[in-house]
Ligand binder design. Structure first.
Ligand code: SAH
Length: 266
């Protein structure tokens, strides 16, 4: 991040229109930003401070800013559905992710959760069953976190439900965090008994409560877990205009449930 420097060629910027819609682009000399409301030349943007307003040929206004993590996640190309920032925030906190964390993640999908983990400095091993998603995740992580982050990101094309997927894991230095976002997280629980160290934390994201029930049953069934909790992150925005101050009429009512637990010595 270079908050005080001008926007430069090669940098990503998000253009915000008067209706707060966001457009993500990479600045290139000579290129043009086209919308339904006309064109802004990249050369105009290059060299301007972040936060500058531009007008397209037809008079529409756009403010150029450096993208936040949320801008990237909402705009990045996706194969699999991403976890939304409101849920990523909670997952990072309940998993207590820091630069010292040694994380197992599966599935990797589009890499939104991977990028959220990597930007803290954590070391991440990800299992993804689909080669195309694994490649897309690496591309997305590179554009959000930069190439240096790939040194801490090891994506393997593997089926996280199968025991042989874990044969190469060094059980002398097990993972201390496991973040799961796949359809049947309960199938990973038996493997975590060997690859997640005692005291470690598992966090599973599941859209459906029946998935939560099965996951929790798997945790309860093996006696190796404590502090089990399932939470939802409800993100309700407010309309604040003059005397009209109230919750917005519309909100995203549901994304997923977040279940977390700590591994105990058995
Ligand atoms: N958390 C990701 C999205 C994951 S979507 C993000 O934020 O971008 C779920 C992913 O799990 C999909 O990519 C799917 O291919 C993968 N998956 C499903 N079953 C799997 C399995 N058995 N092993 C590994 N990955 C699996």
């Amino acid at each position: 991040m270079k908050p005080n420097l001008s926007l430069g060629a090669g940098e990503s910027v998000v253009m915000i229109d008067s209706r707060q819609r966001r457009y993500l682009l990479t600045l290139r000399a000579g290129a043009e930003f086209h919308t339904h409301a006309g064109v802004v030349g990249h050369d105009e943007i290059i060299g301007s401070p972040a936060g500058t307003e531009f007008r397209s040929g037809s008079g529409a206004r756009y403010i150029a800013l450096r993208p936040t993590f949320t801008d990237y996640v909402l705009k990045m190309p996706r194969g699999a559905q991403v976890i939304y920032p409101k849920d990523l925030a909670v997952m990072l906190m309940v998993a207590d992710i820091t630069a010292d964390s040694h994380v197992f993640e599966s599935g990797v999908g589009s890499g939104a959760l991977s990028a959220a983990l990597l930007r803290t400095g954590a070391v991440v091993t990800g299992y993804e069953i689909r080669q195309d998603f694994a490649e897309r995740a690496i591309e997305n992580v590179t554009s959000i976190c930069g190439e240096q982050a790939l040194e801490r990101y090891d994506v393997q094309v593997r089926d996280a439900y199968e025991s042989d997927a874990y044969e190469a894991v060094d059980t002398a230095s097990p993972f201390d965090r496991a973040l799961l976002d796949l359809p049947e997280p309960w199938q990973v629980v038996p493997h975590l008994m060997t690859v997640l160290g005692s005291g470690g934390i598992v966090v599973a994201y599941s859209p459906s409560i029946t998935q939560v029930s099965r996951f929790r049953k798997a945790l309860d069934g093996c006696g190796g877990w404590t502090m089990v909790e399932t939470v939802e992150a409800l993100h309700r925005t407010w309309h604040v205009q003059g005397e009209s101050v109230r919750p917005d009429h519309r909100m995203v009512a549901h994304t997923g449930f977040i279940t977390h637990a700590r591994r105990i010595a058995v």
